[in-house]
Design a protein around this ligand. Sequence first.
Ligand code: PCA
Length: 211
Amino acid sequence: MTILCTGYEPFGDHETNPSGAVARELDGATVSGNDVVGDVLPVVLGDAGGRVRALIDEHDPSAVVATGLAAGRSAVSVERVAVNVADTAGTPDNDGNDPVDDRIDPDGRDGYLATLPVRRTVEACLDAGVPARVSNTAGTHLCNDVLYETLAALDGTGVPAGFVHLPATPEQAARKAGDDAAARGGSVTPSLPLDLQTDAVRIAFETALDA
Ligand code: PCA
């Protein structure tokens, strides 16, 4: 049996994207007896959703956990909902698309609820020492787009699927803080080491598959 984990390439002013690193790290691993297919998606509206649908068709996964970077969030965020809105809110995708108030699918439902056990995934992360929270919005950029497309593709199949937003890594936070004078003081971007981010995604699969 196969399970699918996606992350993204870098986008916006981020030189790296931990979600892509997590997907590469888990690619080929075994979680709860399932083989992980890890894939790094383009941060391009239309292309990312098309790719995830193709991966689902190809691998017929028994669970899907998509991941993305949410720089500024201080904990792993397990998303509860995807909305039928594409609005990049001033951070164009990597093809320069910058939609305002668009629909992902003009004929689609307004939204989908994640089919992963969202709250129990957060509780399992906390038990494992990984800071985590339920999130009730995945935004309206590519992460929401891929969650929407994934849930639409799997609607009615019973295959658990959802999205985990990941904080910046300490390296990203340090690089960003280095853009300002060190004496400036103040806060820096919250961060979480990559190994704990990877643990969170593994836990998301385990919680879904062992349900
Ligand atoms: N994060 C963005 C898109 C790609 C990514 O890693 C988001 O939160 O929508």
